[in-house]
Design a protein around this ligand. Structure first.
Ligand code: HEM
Length: 155
């Protein structure tokens, strides 16, 4: 029975990661580049904030499901003491996103970006795209290393 729960947790983990990192990929490679091409800086900011707000709920939910299923798997595997480097990488990314989504963004990041975009839209959206691209790259690395690690590439 515990084995079935473990397999369900693993499947939920992957579904949540697909939705979450897929959304980050869309925002980084399609949404922000398209918004940067808009001529009106005011429309740029309004559109970005509307769409990012919509994605925000999905990102929070999928981050929570990824974390819950991940910690459950670690508990079943009794894997805290023998965590491989790729599990450390997953934990690092998860912690980073949790911090941004649940602490930094509501506390000051949202307001700060709004002010920066009003002062200098080109610069603000350039750095926004850069930060999203860095987060996306390390997330994709974690997906690659996670699948490769689970299936024995590093043994
Ligand atoms: C709290 C954070 C996380 C924990 C505790 C965690 C834990 C785990 C564990 C223990 C496994 C291995 C299960 C097994 O050996 O069968 C795993 C698999 C995996 N995780 Fe995570 N993870 C976390 C976050 C993430 C994140 C942020 C990503 C992606 C960006 C990710 C992507 C994956 C992938 C792709 C697999 C492989 C699934 C498979 O091929 O079966 N995880 N995770």
């Amino acid at each position: 029975m515990e084995h079935s729960y473990f397999v369900i947790a693993r499947a939920l983990h992957v579904v949540a990661v697909v939705l979450w990192i897929g959304g980050v990929a869309f925002v980084s490679t399609v949404l922000i580049p398209a918004i940067r091409k808009m001529p009106s800086t005011e429309n740029r900011l309004a559109l970005f904030e509307t769409l990012e707000h919509k994605f925000g709920f999905q990102a929070k939910l999928t981050t929570l499901v990824t974390g819950l299923s991940g910690f459950y798997m670690l508990y079943v595997l009794n894997g805290w003491a023998s965590m491989q480097w790729w599990v450390h990488l997953m934990l690092f990314i998860w912690t980073l996103f949790m911090l941004v989504l649940f602490v930094l963004e509501p506390l000051f990041l949202h307001k700060w970006f709004h002010q920066q975009a009003q002062k200098n839209s080109e610069r603000a959206f350039h750095y926004l795209q850069l930060m999203h691209s860095i987060l996306l790259s390390i997330s994709l690395l974690a997906v690659f290393a996670g699948v490769a690690g689970v299936h024995g590439l590093f043994y």
